[in-house]
Design a protein around this ligand. Sequence first.
Ligand SMILES: [Zn+2]
Length: 277
Amino acid sequence: MKKLFVVIVFTQLSIYLKCEELKYASIDILGGGIVAGIQSCFSQKPTIKSISKAFYKGCIGGAIQHSSKLLIKQSALNNNFDLVWPARICNSLGTSIIYNASQNKGLFDEFYMQFYFMYLKYDVKNNKFNTKVDIITSVNSLYMCINNNYKFNFIKSLKLNVLYFDNYEEQEIKPYVLGRAIGNSMYVVKQKFYRLDNEGNYYEIDKNLTVRHEFIHILQYEQYIPLNSISIDKLHIKYVSDYCLLNINFGLLYFINDKIFGYDNNIFEKQANYYKK
Ligand SMILES: [Zn+2]
């Protein structure tokens, strides 16, 4: 019955999604399964049964994570940020399912969510609330706070659940960097940039595209947090693993991807470019 469910999900996806979408959807779905499968080996004695159980539950989490990117693509149609919060909740729900699957818990036993520089956990079963400080987000935001080139944007931060900064540096050398996301923080440059259209006229690049691109990276960052028990949690450093989240997983995966395929073919970049418009 469970296998049938997975087959139905994949068949439906292959029918309804365009080829490129199917590729990105598969990466998210299988990625969720693989993360949960690997992670389950650390939380219990691994058997074929336990790994495959975590895998298929992780695939469900991955599918939910993927729907958050579809919401961002949908919001691009109206060029607004109305669907950003639903997308964030969707992504967190998917990540929570992967977390729960990897620990052999019920799909909805615990809910995890990235909230600005904090990482929240709600234990639904025991009605317990716990919070960790996201080190990468905090350090990067602190750096931008004390650097005169960046200004905190309160409204955009509220809209995106991201520590959002405007960057006032002027760039003269191509290729231009229009924005960057690190952890749950990001910046987008204020400087205006222009491109030539097919008729030879210049038009201003829409910065909302950059915001959505960077936002997809932020969703990707959250997606791979469940792999964390392999890194920081297992080190059992007093206080660090209890109160701090050090999520280097996405950065590491991004770096490996970059080294193998290069920036233009980096799968995370291609995904961000596809769902931003
Ligand atoms: Zn990018």
